[in-house]
Design a protein around this ligand. Structure first.
Ligand SMILES: O=C(NCCCOCn1ccc2cnccc21)c1cc(-c2ccc(F)cc2)cc(O)c1O
Ligand SMILES: [Mg+2]
Length: 214
């Protein structure tokens, strides 16, 4: 059988990006997905919002749910301060394998741990497996109907602290209506919507930033 879309994306990175240069990896993926094959990376429009929220939070410990090919993983890890860590969870082993190679090509492998499996099983194991006390930042970009149950799970496992920032992708397209209701109606979150576009398109999408109030 032929190559997969993630494998073709990896080839584009190896061909067009400079090893050890995260920005060139980001640009190579954006160029490939805009001009060759669309793919569900957060993309360059929403990516700039992700960058600005990250710079503001400057997390010591970050969690990403939904690695895919590692595009947002590279965007996040490149902005982390020395000694800070990012754990990223991917359900699909083939995606996780491509992501590890793209993260390594960017030279960010020492800041990132790619964990394979369902978020519902892995979140309760974060403390014992990775010595995590809590996360300062969480990027939600996995199955949209898992945003609410996994947010509740993070709360119940004591993995959020006062001030932890949750940033959710795709709250408009494909949409996460129950999540928007949950964080916007809860006294435990201060939420704000950042309007943008679905990656590489003119379709509206956006990110919801929610600060946990404890
Ligand atoms: O579906 C999307 N992402 C999710 C992937 C599976 O994630 C599964 N998954 C990853 C870790 C993980 C951990 N536990 C369970 C499931 C877990 C997704 C989809 C679109 C999109 C928009 C318009 C379209 F016409 C078609 C697609 C855009 C996006 O930006 C997305 O992020
Ligand atoms: Mg997404």
């Amino acid at each position: 059988t032929g190559s997969s879309r993630p494998q073709r994306m990896l080839k584009a990175v190896q061909k067009n990006a400079t090893k050890g240069d995260p920005q060139s990896v980001i640009s190579a993926i954006d160029h490939y997905c805009r001009h060759k094959e669309w793919a569900m990376n957060v993309g360059d429009d929403k990516g700039l919002i992700l960058d600005s929220v990250l710079t503001e939070v400057n997390p010591s410990t970050a969690l990403e749910l939904g690695t895919y090919c590692g595009y947002s993983t590279v965007r996040i890890a490149r902005l982390l301060s020395p000694g800070s860590k990012l754990i990223t969870v991917e359900f699909n082993p083939a995606f996780a394998e491509v992501a590890r190679q793209i993260i390594a090509y960017a030279g960010l492998q020492d800041k990132v741990t790619v964990v394979e499996g369902p978020s519902g099983d892995l979140i309760p194991k974060m403390k014992e497996r990775f010595g995590i006390r809590y996360f300062d930042f969480v990027f939600l970009d996995h199955w949209k109907d898992r945003y609410v149950p996994d947010t509740k799970l993070l709360e119940d496992c004591g993995l959020l602290k006062k001030g932890t920032v949750l940033l959710a992708d795709n709250v408009i397209c494909p949409g996460a209506p129950e999540y928007l209701k949950y964080v916007r109606n809860s006294a435990h979150y201060e939420s704000r919507y950042y309007k943008s576009n679905l990656e590489y398109t003119k379709v509206e999408d956006g990110l919801e930033k929610s600060v946990f109030l404890g």
